[in-house]
Design a protein around this ligand. Structure first.
Ligand SMILES: Nc1ncnc2c1ncn2[C@@H]1O[C@H](COP(=O)(O)OP(=O)(O)O)[C@@H](O)[C@H]1O
Ligand SMILES: [Mg+2]
Length: 297
């Protein structure tokens, strides 16, 4: 779906934001782009739909090289959700905002309505369609900005720190929506530095450091190098640190669900003492709760 070759980008003013990024994202992936503030996440994402054009190197999306010429075609494939919904929504009402894109495509009004209803239902704002957008809460604006993108029926969603500033419920709702869309075949690429959230949902991670890929790959692979993670100003998921008390564990769990399964397996083999049994029984209900909420990857 995405192929990035040796992408380099320098902002006017001289900041070298991306310095030779190569990355592939297969169709159907759920990839988290991680890294400290200023590591280049937003700059990278903006190259995926032509908001920025490669300074050096090449970005290909769904077989199309991203350029000014291909901007419209690339945008039909890659829906971009800005970090701040205020940068994205602009029509007077929720309804107008969702309909804007499909109307702009010249679609018949029946198709515009179909997409409006579907997108509004997907993000659960059907009851808000007649609201003026300046009466919406931040979380509602966020959902609206996603509905506007979904109404364009893209094959890929690119989201810049989508959970930033959402309350825990809003975060859970949003991540579940992304999970469902991904299960339906949508490629999802999101920038975030929420290390506790990523293992619950993402299956691939690309870790950026000073405009370069520090490591990219599966969850396990990326989170296995604690030193590297910390050099990138991140940390392991909290649950992993709890497992420092079991030095015999070589592979740290990244979610509560993984932790429980790991402990149960070791207990069955008689490889851990009674403390582990207590921990496993405590993690049971926690994992049950989290599995309902996430921990789906
Ligand atoms: N519009 C801009 N003009 C100049 N420099 C920028 C601009 N946007 C970002 N930068 C710089 O580019 C680097 C990467 O920024 P960014 O992609 O926003 O990182 P992240 O999203 O990971 O926080 C930073 O050094 C940042 O200061
Ligand atoms: Mg950013």
């Amino acid at each position: 779906m995405i192929r990035i070759n040796e992408l380099g980008f320098t902002y006017p003013g001289g900041t070298r934001a991306l310095d030779g990024i190569s990355l592939e994202v297969p169709e159907g992936s759920f990839m988290a782009i991680m890294g400290a503030n200023g590591s280049g996440k937003s700059t990278l994402l903006k190259h995926l739909n032509g908001l920025l054009i490669a300074g050096t190197g090449k970005v290909t999306v769904a077989g199309m090289e991203v350029s000014r010429k291909s901007f419209d075609d690339v945008n039909r494939v890659a829906g971009f959700v800005f970090q701040d919904p205020n940068d994205q929504i602009f029509a007077p009402t929720v309804r107008d905002d969702i309909c804007y894109g499909p109307r702009n495509l010249g679609l018949p009004e029946a198709e515009v309505s179909r997409r409006l209803e579907l997108a509004a239902a997907q993000v659960a704002i059907t009851d808000l369609l007649d609201r003026p957008i300046h009466h919406l809460s931040y979380g509602q604006k966020k959902r609206l900005s996603i509905a506007g993108v979904l109404a364009m029926e893209p094959r890929m969603l690119v989201l810049d720190e989508p959970t930033a500033s959402l309350d825990p419920m809003g975060e859970k709702r949003l991540m579940r929506l992304l999970h469902e869309l991904n299960r339906g075949g949508m490629t999802v690429v999101m920038a975030t530095h929420d290390v506790d959230l990523v293992p619950l949902y993402a299956r691939q991670v690309c870790l950026l450091r000073a405009g370069r890929v520090a490591v990219a790959g599966g969850l396990r692979e990326v989170f296995s190098d604690q030193e590297l993670i910390e050099r990138c100003h991140l940390r392991l998921p909290r649950i992993a640190y709890l497992f420092d008390m079991f030095p015999e564990l070589t592979e740290l769990p990244l979610t509560v669900g993984m932790a429980r399964r790991k402990l149960e397996e070791l207990l069955e083999r008689g490889e851990l003492g009674p403390a582990a049994g207590l921990l496993a029984s405590g993690l049971g209900p926690a994992a049950g709760l989290l599995e309902r909420e996430g921990d789906l990857a």
